[in-house]
Write a protein that binds this ligand. Structure first.
Ligand SMILES: [Zn+2]
Ligand SMILES: [Zn+2]
Length: 467
C-alpha cells in the first residue's frame, strides 16, 4: 500500500491523494487548485495520471478544493464510483453545477480580451454535461458503515465536524493489514451547529490537514462578541460589512451567528443579504440534514417549533442577479455575505468593487485566504488591487474572524491526532492542506507532545505503508 500526494501538498487547495493498494488505485478527493490563474489553469487541467486508471474516488466533503475537479476526472475517462456521504453528494451537486456555470461566464470575459489580443481562446475546465455524469457516479454511504471500495479495500466515513456531510476516511487494505486514516478537513470541537470531530480508530498511517498548524483561534463565544462589536461600530458610521464566504458551511455558520445576535437584540437593524444562489440551495440542504448537527443545536430547534436558526427579520436570501445588482444601488448600512470565500470570483467581487474605496466599509475575512488570492492580498495590506482588470485603491477596513473558521486550530489538531493515536497504532503522519511554515511549526509541536513522526510531503512525494 502506498500513497502519492498529488495536491494540497505544502499548500492548502487542490486536495488529491492517490492510494495504490495491490493493483487498485483509489483517489482521495479530487479538488480544484486555487491560486494564480495561469498556474491554476495548468494544474487543474493536467491530471497527474490517466483518469481511466483510477478505480474509485472517496470524497471527504463538498468544498471545491476537495470536489471541484471531479468533473475533469470524469471528462477525461474515469468510469468508477465516487463515494461520499449523503449531504456531501447533495452539496457537491449544487456546487459543481455552479462552478461549471461560473467558469463558462468567467471565460466569456477572458476570451473577449484574448480575441482582441489575437490570443487563442481558453476552454472551460468542464461543462455542465460533465457535472451530470459526475453526479451519476456518486454512491452515498453513511457515517460508520464500512463499505468495499475496490476488492480488498474497505472504507468507513467518520464525522469530521468541518461542514455538513464532511468526513474523515478510514481505509483498510486486507492484504497488507494496514489502515490509512485520511482526516479530510478537521472541524472545531465547539462548533455551534456541527458535531465535534469523531475519533477514527485503527490507524497505522495518517494523512491529516494542518491548515492552522501555527494558529490558535479564539473560541466561538468570542466570535459572537466580535461580530456584535463590529456591527455596532459599523452601524454608528452608517457603513457596510462585506463578508466573502464559502457558500457552503461558512455562510450558514455566519447566518447562524447573526441570527443568535438578532434573537438577543444585539444586532443593529442592518439589512443582511446572503447573495449567492448556491448558498440559498445549500441552506435548504442544511435544513434537511439534522443527522449532521450536534445535540445542543438540535434541541434548540426542537424547543421552539417556529424557530428558524438560519432566518431572521431583515435577512434576505438573494438568488437572481437583478436583485444582486440592486443591492449595489442601496445607500443604507448593509451586511453582505457572498462567495467566493477568497475573493477569486463570484458576486462578492461586484460588491467589493463598489465599496472597496469607502473607508466606512469593513471586509471581514472569516475563512482561510490562500496564497496569491485577492483575499490574501487585501488581508496583507495591499494599497491597490485589480478587480475585473481595473485598479482600485483599498480604503476599506479589514478584519479577521478566525473563530468562525471551519478548521481546527493548533491545539485541536494536536487533540485530534492524540485521540487517533490512542485508538490505533500510528507509524507515520503526513501533513497536507497547509503551507510549509505552519506545517513545520505543527511538526515541532507534535514532537513536543510525543506524537508519531511527521512527514511534510511535497507534490509528487510518496508515503509507503509497510506492514
Ligand atoms: Zn473544507
Ligand atoms: Zn479544504
Amino acid at each position: 500500500m502506498q500513497v502519492k500526494f498529488l495536491g494540497a501538498a505544502q499548500r492548502v487547495t487542490g486536495s488529491m491523494h492517490l492510494v495504490q493498494c495491490g493493483r487498485f488505485r483509489v483517489l482521495l478527493d479530487c479538488g480544484l487548485f486555487q491560486g494564480k490563474r495561469s498556474e491554476a489553469y495548468d494544474i487543474n487541467r493536467k491530471l497527474p495520471f490517466p483518469a481511466a486508471q483510477i478505480d474509485a474516488v472517496i470524497l471527504s466533503h463538498a468544498h471545491i478544493d476537495h470536489s471541484g475537479n471531479l468533473p475533469s476526472l470524469v471528462r477525461q475517462g474515469f468510469r468508477g464510483k465516487i463515494y461520499a456521504t449523503s449531504a456531501t453528494r447533495e452539496l457537491s451537486s449544487t456546487l459543481l453545477f455552479d462552478t461549471a456555470r461560473l467558469q463558462e461566464n468567467d471565460l466569456k470575459y477572458v476570451n473577449k480580451r484574448r480575441r482582441q489580443n489575437q490570443e487563442p481562446e481558453f476552454n472551460p475546465l468542464y461543462r455542465e454535461e460533465d457535472v451530470v455524469k459526475t453526479i451519476r457516479a456518486f454512491r452515498v454511504r453513511d457515517y460508520e458503515e464500512p463499505f468495499e471500495v475496490v476488492p480488498g479495500v474497505t472504507a468507513t466515513f467518520f464525522n469530521s465536524g468541518h461542514m455538513l456531510g464532511a468526513a474523515s476516511v478510514q481505509l483498510s487494505c486486507a492484504e497488507t493489514k494496514q489502515t490509512l486514516v485520511f482526516s479530510g478537513d478537521i472541524g472545531r470541537y465547539q462548533d455551534p451547529m456541527l458535531c465535534a470531530p469523531q475519533v477514527v480508530p485503527g490507524a497505522n498511517y495518517v494523512i491529516m490537514e494542518a491548515t492552522y498548524g501555527d494558529r490558535l483561534h479564539q473560541d466561538d463565544v468570542d466570535a459572537e462578541q466580535q461580530l456584535h462589536e463590529l456591527c455596532q461600530n459599523v452601524w454608528k458610521k452608517r457603513g457596510s460589512i462585506l463578508i466573502p464566504a464559502f457558500s457552503i458551511g461558512r455562510t450558514q455558520h455566519l447566518v447562524y451567528l447573526l441570527n443568535t445576535l438578532a434573537e438577543n437584540d444585539r444586532l443593529p437593524p442592518f439589512k443582511v443579504f446572503v447573495d449567492s444562489p448556491m448558498a440559498v440551495d445549500a441552506t435548504e440542504v442544511y435544513r434537511s440534514h439534522v443527522e449532521c448537527f450536534n445535540e445542543e443545536f438540535i434541541q434548540s430547534i426542537l424547543k421552539e417549533e417556529d424557530r428558524d436558526p438560519l432566518g431572521f427579520r431583515n435577512l434576505y436570501y438573494v438568488r437572481s442577479s437583478e436583485h444582486s445588482k440592486a443591492i449595489n444601488q442601496m445607500n443604507e448600512p448593509l451586511i453582505i455575505i457572498s462567495a467566493s470565500g477568497m475573493l477569486e470570483g463570484g458576486r462578492i467581487l461586484h460588491h467589493l468593487k463598489q465599496r472597496i474605496d469607502d473607508p466606512k466599509t469593513t471586509v471581514v475575512f472569516a475563512g482561510y485566504q490562500a496564497e496569491n488570492t485577492l483575499g490574501r492580498r487585501i488581508l496583507e495590506g495591499a494599497e491597490f488591487v485589480k478587480i475585473f482588470g481595473v485598479e482600485y485603491p483599498v480604503y476599506c477596513q479589514t478584519m479577521r474572524l478566525d473563530s468562525v473558521s471551519g478548521h481546527a486550530d493548533q491545539s485541536e489538531l494536536i487533540r485530534w491526532a492524540k485521540a487517533v493515536q490512542e485508538a490505533g497504532s500510528i507509524k507515520q503522519i503526513a501533513f497536507t492542506h497547509c503551507e510549509l511554515e505552519p506545517a513545520q511549526t505543527l511538526k515541532q509541536e507534535f514532537e513536543r507532545n510525543g506524537l508519531p513522526p511527521v512527514l511534510i510531503p511535497a507534490r509528487g512525494d510518496y508515503m509507503n505503508m509497510e506492514s
